[in-house]
Write a protein that binds this ligand. Structure first.
Ligand SMILES: [Zn+2]
Length: 287
């Protein structure tokens, strides 16, 4: 199928960690006296960051749960969903069992459409992409890695602690022995610059896709990012600084005058509530 290109919507701002944030790194062979569970850090600066893949994966996963919960209602609108029943193939232990969560990835069951055509007509896969068993559908959403803001880099240069080690006592289920471990987390209050880019490929689907993206961000604010969410880690808040539409003509000419922005909406909620402002940047006639 033919893919069109109308331009890109750029959402920029800051993510604030309202509670300690733990996005784990691949563990090194643990050194004596070291931290058992370090956070992921930028190898160039040694500073913690939020990998775009972690953020995108979390947004996708929250949206998948939403779609699964409304699957039967959504089937009329999205014909790619007609191939699925509610639920997960986890219970059956076999991928592509016919249920919505059809693929196993690192012990987690996720949803991925198997063909381009199916993904094209699925609200999850057309937005976040699908690496199908038969063919792929490239993601319309790009989530950049989020690095600390200048303000927080400055705090770090002045010697402030950006991460803290938290002792947690797990109980070994077999021996009942206490097993203290230290988990590193980014301190509450830390801020990271984020950038999310949405590629406009179908004018009839823009509003839906953007609603779904913003809804996922809103869901994340009332969920958690990273590990130990049930212990209270990972509450985050998006502060939006700019939402802009860069039409195809901008890329053709490099003329900044072609870029259009909405008035400033500071929160995801406010932006979602005024989604027509964004849509009208892309479709000026409102049609
Ligand atoms: Zn899908």
């Amino acid at each position: 199928m033919n893919r069109e290109f109308y331009g890109k919507v750029i959402i920029e701002g800051e993510i604030e960690a309202l509670t300690g944030l733990h996005i784990g790194a691949q563990r090194d062979t643990s050194e004596i006296g070291g931290i058992d569970n370090p956070v992921i850090k930028d190898p160039h600066t040694g500073l913690p960051y939020i990998p775009g893949s972690s953020l995108k994966g979390r947004l996708r996963s929250l949206f998948e749960i939403y779609v699964n919960s409304k699957l039967d209602e959504l089937k009329d609108q999205y014909k790619g969903l007609k191939n699925y029943m509610k639920g997960s193939c986890r219970e059956i232990g076999k991928e592509n069992c016919g249920r919505f969560f059809n693929r196993e990835l690192h012990n987690v069951w996720i949803h991925v459409c198997n063909t381009y055509e199916e993904a094209r007509n699925c609200p999850v896969c057309r937005l976040f992409g699908a690496s199908g068993k038969e063919s792929n559908f490239p993601s319309r959403v790009i989530v950049r890695d989020a690095f600390l803001t200048e303000e927080w880099k400055e705090k770090w240069r002045k010697g402030e602690e950006i991460t803290e080690a938290k002792m947690e006592v797990g109980i070994d289920r077999i021996t009942s022995q206490a097993n203290p471990r230290t988990t590193e987390r980014v301190v509450a209050g830390a801020k990271f610059n984020f950038e999310i880019i949405y590629t406009v490929e179908d004018l009839n689907e823009v509003e839906d896709d953007l609603r779904h993206l913003l809804m996922s961000m809103l869901l994340l604010e009332d969920s958690y990012l990273g590990g130990s969410g049930s212990r209270g880690y990972g509450k985050v808040k998006f502060h939006i600084k700019r939402i802009a539409f860069k039409p195809r003509e901008f890329y053709e000419t490099g003329d900044e005058g072609k870029i259009k922005s909405t008035k400033q909406y500071k929160s995801v909620q406010e932006l979602l509530n005024n989604i027509n402002d964004v849509v009208s940047l892309i479709k000026p006639q409102g049609g």
